[in-house]
Ligand binder design. Structure first.
Ligand code: HEM
Length: 136
């Protein structure tokens, strides 16, 4: 049995991540940190904004690991969805880094968006399965 809060935490954190990412893009802050994974620590609004998007990936990771552990124990569909979500999340973070190192190559920006949607879809399915699976 996985609590509702733990099941929905990855969904909520990925939605927040997507919004922060769109804000970074709309503010033109995508290259405010020209390097990856580190960022020059300067008190500039756009640098802090771009770094907040990267740093928030750690919050997402914590939420994901917190649901991965019980899903591995439950097995079956829960395990398959959780493992798929973790793989997609790692790929998503790697694409984010590649995007910065390539100075926002359009193909990678598009892939980052596609991958973000896939991560959200998988954790939404996992949450639905953990909360409602096997009932009515
Ligand atoms: C949970 C992981 C992540 C999610 C769900 C995510 C999601 C998103 C989304 C939805 C956007 C907006 C895309 C657009 O409007 O075109 C975005 C933008 C961006 N993301 Fe991420 N992201 C993640 C991790 C990262 C990481 C680790 C980096 C590392 C550098 C990164 C770098 C960026 C950059 C630079 C932009 C702005 C691109 C631009 O200026 O067009 N992201 N992200």
């Amino acid at each position: 049995m996985v609590g509702v809060l733990r099941a929905v935490a990855p969904v909520v954190s990925v939605i927040a991540m997507n919004s922060i990412g769109s804000y970074v893009s709309a503010r033109g802050a995508g290259l405010a940190c020209p390097d990856w994974p580190l960022c020059p620590l300067v008190m500039d609004e756009l640098v802090l904004l771009e770094f907040a998007h990267r740093a928030f990936a750690l919050v997402v990771l914590v939420a994901v690991v917190a649901v991965l552990i019980p899903s591995m124990r439950i097995g079956g569909t829960a395990r398959k969805l959780a493992v798929t979500g973790v793989i997609l999340l790692v790929v998503q973070i790697a694409i984010g880094g590649a995007m910065v190192l390539s100075a926002l190559r359009p193909e990678l920006v598009a892939l980052h968006m596609a991958s973000a949607s896939s991560v959200l879809a998988v954790f939404a399915m996992l949450a639905a399965h953990l909360i409602f699976g096997g009932r009515g």
